[in-house]
Design a protein around this ligand. Structure first.
Ligand code: NIG
Ligand code: FE
Length: 389
């Protein structure tokens, strides 16, 4: 293993592989990990580390899989400081604010958009996020959606077509014509650049019938559905997501018992986005209820300029523990393995031979510190595909 690097003296290693360690997090104490190229090649006791050319001493700190962020809206221009200020003085959040960002995004150059995405991807990486899904959704013309997806593709393979974010102003009098565009010419232009299709199924955005039409059209073009569901109201989004075999139903804030049952019986991951509830001053989703029903839960910051302008997964872990009834271990799993499930990935979100060398070293002895020390930048070193960020 001459070109390999060994990371030794890890106090607590989160493998997320119960066959390698203790409990659902597959915890190993006094561990080491060997990486070679972009892969993990060995995991075990630090005292048994094979000889390698390079060695990094973790110094008794914790190592975990890089965070897997399965939900972000990074292709945008401008910000919504004024809307945030108004909200903090009591104005409610509504889907309508999205149109402010649409106007700024349409007016931006390709270079401006690329620089913005690069900035937020860098920001997320520095904080330990190594896999990042990125959506379109602030262009809402065929050209602007396609260029948003092309910009996103330069940063990730996890690209999501969200032409159905809201109905843009020029279609306000004829939303059916906009659905025709999203499922017709816009889809033609966008499908080659995306892996996923998403719809904001919500009052003020798209209803259940429109969402079904859009997701089905996308699926016919090879895009797998994911749904913005039940964020602001108890709508049809979650049950539609499960029915269509969506990879993920995201937000899941307002759920009926039937919604929880559907998630428990289906394969759709419930991705919870507590940064949105923090910034919109709404009640948090009840993660405990979902976990107790046997639902697979993921966490994501939902980074976007309107409802949740944070790229910090550790902030979400802290919120999930303090506000949503998750244990620290459950929240760490949701931020890593849960995100991987939501993206149907088996090569990330775990530390095991063969997995990608995506790793986050914490400046702390245990991953519990992510929740225990909120707001503290604990990512001491981040490997992305074997390269130190
Ligand atoms: O996930 N809910 C819809 N989309 C984003 C918010 C977008 C915006 O306000 O700009 C979300 O919260
Ligand atoms: Fe979102």
């Amino acid at each position: 293993m001459t070109t390999a690097t060994a990371i030794i003296d890890i106090s607590t290693l989160v493998t997320n592989d119960p066959s390698l360690g203790e409990g659902p997090l597959g915890l190993l104490q006094n561990a080491a990990v060997v990486i070679d190229g972009d892969r993990i090649v060995w995991v075990g006791e630090s005292s048994k580390t094979p000889a390698t050319d390079n060695q990094v001493d973790a110094g008794g700190r914790a190592l975990l899989p890089g965070f897997v962020d399965s939900h972000s809206h990074l292709v945008f221009a401008g910000d919504r400081t004024a809307e945030f200020n108004a909200r903090m003085s009591g104005r409610p959040y509504s889907a309508g604010g999205i149109r402010t960002t649409v106007a700024a995004t349409r007016a931006a150059s390709d270079q401006d958009l690329e620089e913005n995405v690069a900035r937020y991807v860098r920001e997320a990486r520095r904080q330990g996020t190594t896999t990042l899904e990125i959506k379109s959704g602030y262009g809402l013309t065929s050209q602007d959606e396609a260029r948003s997806l092309e910009v996103a593709s330069a940063f990730t393979d996890e690209v999501t077509y969200l032409g159905a974010h809201v109905v843009p102003p020029e279609f306000a009098d004829d939303p059916a014509a906009y659905v025709d565009l999203v499922t017709g010419p816009m889809l033609d232009l966008c499908a080659p650049h995306a892996r996923w299709i998403d719809v904001f199924c919500e009052q003020g955005a798209f209803d259940g019938d429109q969402a079904r039409t859009i997701l089905t059209a996308g699926a016919q073009r090879g895009l797998t559905p994911r749904v913005h569901a039940n964020q602001l109201t108890q709508g049809p989004g979650v049950q539609l997501a499960v029915e269509l075999g969506a990879a993920s139903a995201d937000h899941c804030t307002h759920l009926s018992d039937a919604d929880v049952d559907a998630l428990a019986q289906g394969d759709t991951v419930a991705t919870l986005l507590p940064g949105a509830e923090f910034s919109t001053r709404s009640r948090y989703p009840d993660a405990r209820r979902l976990l107790d029903a046997g639902v697979t839960v993921a966490l994501s910051p939902d980074c976007n300029p309107g409802s949740s302008f944070t790229s910090s997964m550790s902030f979400c872990v802290a919120l999930a523990v303090r506000e949503m009834g998750m244990t620290p271990d459950e929240a760490v799993w949701a931020a890593t393995a849960g995100g991987a499930r939501a993206l149907r990935r088996t090569d990330v979100g775990r530390v095991a031979p063969g997995a990608r060398a995506d790793l986050t070293l914490l400046d702390a002895p245990s991953p519990v510190h992510l929740a225990y020390r909120p707001g503290v930048p604990l990512a001491a070193a981040v490997w992305h595909g074997g390269t130190l960020v």
